[in-house]
Design a protein around this ligand. Structure first.
Ligand code: NAD
Length: 259
């Protein structure tokens, strides 16, 4: 049976290493036939990303700091050159907040670091979706997925400014879905339970979060990044042709609970 992504062209932002949720998603896409281009942020992780990309025969690996409009413009121009002017799939799995803002009190977040978290973790989806729009239009439509967390809807101790950034991201998904739906471009989010990745390690009390999660989630088990890979593959495939502007919870049911 042909894979769901045979002939599809994808760009994945947010792989840092093999634990990254972005990698689990990229692997699924590639396993089911997609050609997958990657970006990485900074020389420190370049080799990791190049090695992983090579393992799925990626046609393009390029640097992107999503804070830079120039980087975003260059990346999408390279993607256009690589993929003959078209893009079907965009995976946005990028977030950042200063470590000190993920341990103290939210009320103490300074202005510059507040905007930095929102810029990197939420505005970047808007910038990348705008850059992807003409390439997806050239293919008759496309699908965009981003990664979010319940801390954007409820107060989760220590998640702090990242929760505010996720709330901005969640609202952006809905407004982007409306704007881009006219061009048959779908925009959705996956709200994941805790997964021990590089980004998760900077959240103070992450281990406690995982323990409480397992105790309270209806399924009483941890989730894996591959669970996000499977859910993203669904949202990015034609199986979800009429799904847009939504959040799919991959959290063993945790979000449904009141205590
Ligand atoms: P990760 O550290 O593997 O991925 C985060 C990525 O963001 C990294 O690749 C990093 O290079 C990139 N990034 C940070 N600043 C950037 C910048 N300025 N420009 C470009 N890229 C930048 O961790 P992850 O857990 O796989 O995180 C991926 C997404 O999943 C994030 O949006 C995160 O908030 C979300 N998420 C994670 C969890 C979890 O428990 N791990 C739960 C829910 C949602």
């Amino acid at each position: 049976m042909a894979g769901r992504f045979e002939g599809k062209q994808a760009l994945v932002l947010g792989v840092a290493n093999q634990r990254s949720i972005a990698w689990a998603i990229a692997k699924r896409l590639a396993d089911e036939g997609a050609a997958v281009a990657f970006t990485y942020q900074g020389e420190r992780i370049e080799k990791n990303v190049r090695d992983l990309a090579a393992s799925v025969s990626s046609p393009l690996v390029t640097e992107c700091d999503v804070r830079s409009d120039d980087d975003v413009a260059r990346v999408f121009s390279e993607v256009s050159d690589t993929f003959g002017g078209g893009l079907d799939i965009l995976v946005h799995s990028v977030a950042f907040a200063a470590a000190e803002d993920l341990e103290g009190r939210f009320v103490d977040t300074p202005r510059d670091r507040f905007w930095m978290a929102v810029d990197i973790s939420a505005y970047s989806l808007v910038a990348c979706s705008r850059a992807a729009e003409p390439l997806m239009e050239a293919r008759g439509g496309g699908s965009i997925v981003t990664m979010t967390y319940l801390g954007g809807e409820r107060a989760v101790p220590h998640y702090n400014v990242m929760g505010v950034a996720k709330a901005t991201l969640d609202a952006s998904v809905r407004y982007l879905a409306w704007d881009l739906g006219f061009k048959n471009i779908r925009v959705n989010a996956i709200s994941a339970g805790p997964v021990r990745t590089l980004a998760a390690r900077s959240i103070a009390g992450f281990t406690t979060m995982q323990t409480m999660f397992e105790e309270r989630a209806p399924l009483h088990r941890q989730i894996e990044s591959d669970d996000c890979g499977a859910a993203a593959a669904y949202l990015l495939s034609d199986d979800a042709a009429n799904v847009s502007g939504t959040t799919l919870y991959v959290d063993a049911g945790y979000h449904a609970m009141g205590m």
